[in-house]
Design a protein around this ligand. Structure first.
Ligand code: G
Ligand code: G
Ligand code: MN
Ligand code: NA
Length: 253
């Protein structure tokens, strides 16, 4: 079965699932949010990573369906977990450029939030730098609408893709997520300098900073000293199913 046919079938037969990776506040040590990450185990192909099936969904016209499913599933799961915890959490979802350009996307976000009964300010949309480089006008308008709705905008994998910094002041961005390639080489002077610069710049622009791919206590210590706001990575937890999130969150906090 070709990947795209298998994915089409997977979407119809509920073969996809989500895991949720905790995000920890570096000052309080508390879990303050989770990132939803899509997973797919195909009966015929075995586990297929999102890096492979997301592009297939985009090319095959399935990204709207997939993205809609991710949104509604994750918002519903968040509502349940915070009821178990007795306190609110934020939810970050990854959105691909083509998904954002779909006409119904803003409506779907609003609906998912409303149906789940969560607050718009709890939702973060992770976009990639690439989106900010392409067709400027439409993207600004769409992100402004998201903002008006109360949803936050995060630039994922920051620093990896493009060197233009101009877009940082042209788009309504709330948070930068430092790409894990920089975090994992904090031990080297040059990468540490890049991490420092991103943190300083983000704060000067009124944005918060989250570092991804944090795996060691040394990396955590460095990021805390430099004033990074939040961290995410295997040091704390990998992505876990919704049913494990309450336990994992309590164990970390
Ligand atoms: O979870 P993992 O590290 O395997 O994810 C690999 C990549 O797939 C990451 O860049 C992540 O942003 C992306 N990804 C994971 N889940 C989703 C999703 O639901 N939608 C989109 N567009 N990308 C996702
Ligand atoms: O691109 P995005 O940031 O959405 O990707 C998140 C991906 O990073 C997920 O696929 C997740 O499995 C992976 N990931 C999460 N924590 C770590 C970590 O500490 N180290 C590494 N190498 N990957 C991680
Ligand atoms: Mn992400
Ligand atoms: Na990332």
């Amino acid at each position: 079965l070709a990947l795209s046919a298998a994915l089409r079938q997977a979407l119809d037969q509920d073969e996809l699932s989500l895991v949720y990776q905790p995000q920890v506040d570096l000052v309080t040590g508390e879990v303050v949010g989770v990132e939803a990450l899509a997973r797919w185990t195909s009966p015929s192909l075995g586990p297929v990573p999102p890096d492979r099936f997301i592009p297939v969904a985009e090319d095959g016209g399935m990204i709207a369906q997939l993205g809609g499913w991710v949104l509604s599933t994750a918002c519903t799961a968040l509502a349940q977990v915070q009821e178990q915890l007795g306190r609110p959490l934020r939810l970050a979802v990854n959105v691909s450029p083509r998904q954002l350009r779909g006409r119904t996307w803003l409506d779907e976000i609003a609906t998912a939030i409303e149906v789940a009964g969560i607050e718009p300010c709890q939702l973060e949309v992770e976009i990639t730098e690439g989106l900010l480089i392409e067709d400027h006008g439409d993207v600004v308008a769409m992100l402004e609408s998201l903002r008006t709705l109360g949803v936050s905008i995060v630039v994922d994998d920051f620093g990896r893709g493009y060197s233009s910094l101009a877009y940082l002041t042209q788009f309504p961005i709330d948070k930068l997520k430092i790409d894990r390639s920089f975090v994992q080489e904090i031990g080297t002077a040059k990468n540490a300098a890049i991490v420092d610069a991103i943190i300083v710049m983000a704060h000067a622009l009124g944005m918060t900073v989250v570092a991804e791919g944090v795996e060691t206590a040394d990396q955590e210590r460095y990021l805390r000293e430099r004033g990074c706001d939040e961290v995410q990575g295997y040091l704390y937890s990998p992505g876990v199913p919704a049913g494990s999130l309450e336990m994992v969150t309590r164990a970390l906090s």
